[in-house]
Design a binder for this molecule. Structure first.
Ligand code: GYE
Length: 329
């Protein structure tokens, strides 16, 4: 065999390297397509709350249970990172794409790219707002409007039970223009609408973050002082950030102030049991099983429900809270 000169050998190796890089960039390599294991690409919002961390853990566990390969990317609270991740999933030719959209707007272009690539997209947890048809196969997530409505109905029952004549309410909302923020606000406001005892002093964006919950509560206490009767917080993280600020002001949460929260994570339930939160509306993060079952149905060409809502309950001082089972997130 002719001895290849060193220069030719280097050139040959460089060409081989370029070819393998090209094959990788074009998606799964030959041997992977021989073993058509189902591959799900999931873009997760971030790690902003115990709920989100529980949601990620559940999706990973259920992918394992159902034998589905999972490419999960954490977007660290940035929509642009989610869009980039979805484009990577398309390039890699995953079988299904799923994601929890941090906000409702701004997804049309990347979802049209997924549709042109023939990759079905499942929404998990949150929804999108679009005028275009056929971008999404289904939504698996909570009925956030009903969560807000249950929170408002609890407050009405509390006012009736205690014979309260007037309640000044402050609202600490989740991420602006996210589905849970929009719908938890709408459901709560509809539940108290027409009840002349209820006045909402201010709604302020806490972005579902514990640190922002504390900042918002400091501002609200400085602004409205002891005229506040009720704090309605869109998630436990912000509630847990707000509570120390309330106590620093010499106010007793759960007795001087009515505290209403949403998610139902273990930490908030423990505080409910201590009597420092009055009501926690459940929002389960355990959506992994429904997601994997839906992925398998799509793979088998079966019809899937366009909307899958988990059943949810309310935990409050109307019940024996010592009986609440461990929450798992
Ligand atoms: O309430 C909050 C998380 O989208 C339901 O996002 C989810 C919300 C949840 O950060 O804790």
């Amino acid at each position: 065999m002719r001895h290849l000169r060193k220069k030719e050998l280097v050139l040959l190796m460089a060409q081989a390297l370029l070819l393998s890089l090209f094959l990788c960039a074009c998606g799964r390599t030959e041997e992977e397509t021989e073993d058509p294991g189902l591959l799900l690409g999931f873009s997760q919002i971030g790690s902003e709350s115990a709920w989100r961390i529980g949601n990620t853990r559940d999706i990973e566990e259920q992918a394992e249970n159902y034998g589905i390969s999972l490419m999960l990317e954490n977007a660290n609270q940035k929509q642009e990172n989610q869009i980039a991740a979805i484009r990577r999933f398309i390039a890699y030719k995953v079988d299904v794409i799923a994601f929890s959209p941090i906000v409702e707007e701004g997804w049309d272009n990347v979802l049209e790219e997924a549709r042109e690539a023939g990759i079905p997209v499942i929404l998990v947890d949150r929804d999108i707002s679009t005028d275009k048809e056929g971008l999404i196969t289904c939504l698996i997530g909570a009925d956030f409007y009903n969560e807000g409505k249950m929170a408002g109905e609890y407050l009405v029952r509390k006012a009736d039970r205690l014979g309260l004549e007037h309640l000044n309410i402050v609202e600490i909302t989740g991420t602006a223009n996210s589905t849970p923020m929009l719908q938890r606000q709408a459901g709560f406001f509809d539940a108290i609408a027409g009840d002349e005892r209820m006045t909402v002093l201010e709604s302020i964006d806490g972005d579902f973050l514990k640190s922002r919950g504390a900042e918002c509560m400091r501002y609200l206490l400085d602004t409205y002082g002891d005229s506040i009767d009720v704090v309605y917080s869109h998630n436990d993280e912000m509630t847990l950030g707000a509570l120390p600020e309330i106590e620093k002001a010499g106010v007793n949460p759960g007795s001087d102030l009515i505290i209403i929260s949403i998610d139902g994570g273990q930490e908030a339930i423990d505080v409910l049991k201590q009597g420092k939160i009055n009501c926690v509306v459940e929002c389960t993060p355990k959506l992994g099983r429904s997601l994997m079952e839906t992925v398998l149905k799509l793979e088998n060409g079966e019809q899937v429900e366009p909307l899958i809502h988990p059943t949810e309950q309310i935990f409050s001082d109307e019940q024996n809270t010592s009986l609440i089972a461990p929450r798992g997130y």
